[in-house]
Ligand binder design. Sequence first.
Ligand code: ATP
Length: 438
Amino acid sequence: MKLNLKNLENKNKFSRTHFICDISSKLLGQYLVICGWIERVIKLKKLTFVVVCDNTGMLQVILKNQILNSTEVTKNSIIQVSGILQKSESHEFNFELNSKSIAVISKATLHSPLDLRSNISHLDTRLNSRALDMRNPKTASIFKIRHNVIQSIRNFLITQKFLEITTPKIIGNATEGGANLFTLKYFNNNAYLAQSPQLYKEQMMLGFDRVFEISTFYRAEKSHTLKHLSEFTSVDFEAAFVDYYDIMNLIESLIKKIYQSIIDNCKHDTDLVNPKLQNLQHIPFKKFTYAKILEKLQDNDIKIEFGDDLLDSHLKLIGNMHTEFYFIIDWPLSLKPFYIHEKDECEELSQSFDFQYADVEISSGGTRLYDAQKIKNRMTSQGLDYTDFINHLNVFNWGMPPHAGCGIGLDRLMMVLLNTKNIRETVLYPRDPNRLHP
Ligand code: ATP
């Protein structure tokens, strides 16, 4: 049978003429078709007021003498309304649609567990009904800002000649030797979920010079904290012929660009979510050496010695002194993974940094080792079996340029931008030891 393509054209009976945000005085008197969900219905004698929302805004619709089946027109149901745009006398709306027809396309049959016009619903309840939570303008704004942030990161890195890559998430070796790996059955073998793209992005230095990846990675973190998830989004970048100072400069420019972009493009959303957000005042960000941080802690009667890691309680104290972005640089080599380069003038220290906002670690990075023998030695001294990394080490014998890079926790950065204490607010469907659904 021959298909008659003509008959298939323009069959979408659910199409709309405008998104609500595009309605302006230019359209007064015109016939519009709007699709969205019902926010509320108010009946006043022969008039019915229906407030309809789409993802971009809210519009009042007036129905005159039209009989509405109130069991069909329930809150949150999906409707298509058409009518003539007119000025509104209500104090809430500038315009309204004088409706010619209204059709319920999809009826909401379940009662909403969330109060979508206030912010009183508990986070757990919201996460359990996350899709519906996106109809709360404040929650929607969080993800619109997140979208903008990802876009500006991408734009920035591309203008700096970085190439976007995607590395495997199912891996055969415990990369970086980390303990917090999820294991899974992979046909007849065991495999792991990648905790970072570290080794692959370093390998790409061989041919690409500058790469970045924005992807989810996995850590079997058993701790229940406000800033750890089992699945998180990381922005990783790696560049050849640069060192950790160059990477810190790049982070500074990137953060500046992100703030500028949100302020320029997301005013409505930031007003809802974090009205105090303003452009960065304190550029360049301060750099404190690990040794300096130890001194500050010791001055506050904390017992800590060179080589000890900084605990949450230590970072809280430092964070109270610095509620801003800053770097902690030159960590003891013993605290860093095998791929981090030592400092040329002091082998006990590393060319590394953590990038902080108050007590929250946003990123860690450093100059990498590029000599295969040195990497082998470091693996051995850290108790790793280098034969597990033969493929990786081979790459370093094919002529590896010196390089440096970092991984930025996108969800943690969002916590700062949104001024929220709980990382779960920034992720659509967060995963933690207690949360695998929805
Ligand atoms: P932390 O000490 O806070 O657990 P980490 O030192 O293990 O972090 P890195 O391995 O250096 O973190 O990862 C780089 C960045 O990735 C971190 O600075 C953080 O922003 C983010 N990150 C790491 N683990 C998680 C996680 N479980 N949940 C959310 N973000 C994470």
